[in-house]
Structure formats: C-alpha cells, structure tokens
Design a protein around this ligand. Sequence first.
Ligand SMILES: Cc1cc2nc3c(=O)[nH]c(=O)nc-3n(C[C@H](O)[C@H](O)[C@H](O)COP(=O)(O)O)c2cc1C
Length: 201
Amino acid sequence: MKTEKKIRIEDYRRADYPIEPLFLERWSPRAMSGEDLTEQDFFMLFEAARWAPSTYNEQEWLFLYARRDTPSWPVFFDLLVEGNRAWCKNAALLVVIVAHKVFNKTGQPNPVHLFDCGNAFENLALQGSSMGLVVHGMQGFDYEKARVVLKVPDDYAVAAMFAAGRPGDPSDLPENLRSREVPTGRKPVRDIICEGAFRKK
Ligand SMILES: Cc1cc2nc3c(=O)[nH]c(=O)nc-3n(C[C@H](O)[C@H](O)[C@H](O)COP(=O)(O)O)c2cc1C
C-alpha cells in the first residue's frame, strides 16, 4: 500500500509578516491523479479569474482550454515541452491564456495586457488551491505552434499555459520531479522593494 506523505505548508514556508494563509498555501504541485474535474469545479476556477482587476475593466484575457479525453486534449498536450508532458499527462485540464493586445473600444495598444492576464491567473490559482486542486502555470510550450494550431489572431498575445487537476501521488512522478514536489521559498521582502529610484538588488 502506498503511504502518501501529506505536505505541511508550515514545514516549508513562513511569512515574515502576518498575511492571509491562502498566499502561503498556494503552490504548484505536479502530481495529479488523472481524474476529471466536475463541471462545478471547472466553472469555479474561471469564475475566480473573472473577478480579477484589469485596466479600464478591459478583461482582455481569454482562456482556451482542453479537458482530458476530448478531441482538443492531444492538440493542447502536443504544445508542451517534454519536461511538462511528463507530469501533465495526469492533468484534467490544459489551458492556453491569450491576451487581447489592444483596447476593444479604441484599437490602441494596451500596455498591460499580459499583466492583467497574470492577475486573472493568480485569482484562478488561489481559488484552485483553496479547493484542494492543483493549478500549475507553464511557459514550457511552443508559443508559435499554439498561435497556429489554436488559430490565435494577431491582435492577441499567447501569454502562458497552465495545467489543473486533482492532486495525485508524488511517488508516481518521474524521479527527477519527485524531490521537487514541495513548496518553494521566497526572497526576503526587502529584496523586492526599493525606495525611490531603481537600485539593483
Ligand atoms: C507563468 C509561469 C510559467 C511557469 N512555467 C513552468 C513550466 O513550464 N514548467 C514547470 O514545471 N513549472 C512552471 N512554473 C511553475 C514555477 O516554477 C513556480 O510557480 C515557481 O517555482 C514558484 O513555486 P510555487 O508556484 O510552488 O510557489 C511556471 C509558473 C508560472 C507562474
């Protein structure tokens, strides 16, 4: 019988200042079970993304998705680099986030199209983690191929992908990923802030 070691976040992460626990509890596991998400779970993830802030409330994100065991699945899966395929094979959902590069009303460039998509992704990731799901962002895929096979128009940027699913057993991961299946730490807060003009940290 497999004995699954439950991750205790506090063994890996401590905030130096008191913050809401949900920030520490969200991390990016790779082990997934291969089970599907319920319709409710699926829509709850995107509902959280929906409420993210964006410039002028532009909501310039669009989530192209494939659920496992559907005709779209192999199309999305084939976009991934080998290293990501190794664990995404047990995901329930693969998503390509695309961002409208220009404002809907004016057609003028929107300088924060990717930034806003990041907001939406983080909302979704926090929601997923609070539901006990895995949500894992990815840049390890073929951006150009994604544009072509998913017919992404020129006025949209391909921003990132993510995988989501039900948590699985880390011992089923390839050896090189098993030891990395733990929450990571962060730089101290003083290393990410700078009073006044830019100074290299
Ligand atoms: C936009 C983005 C792209 C990422 N790309 C990959 C990837 O291609 N493959 C991978 O295994 N992890 C990827 N990650 C996961 C990061 O490595 C991970 O978020 C980071 O190490 C911090 O760990 P945590 O999310 O567990 O806190 C990506 C994360 C983000 C947000």
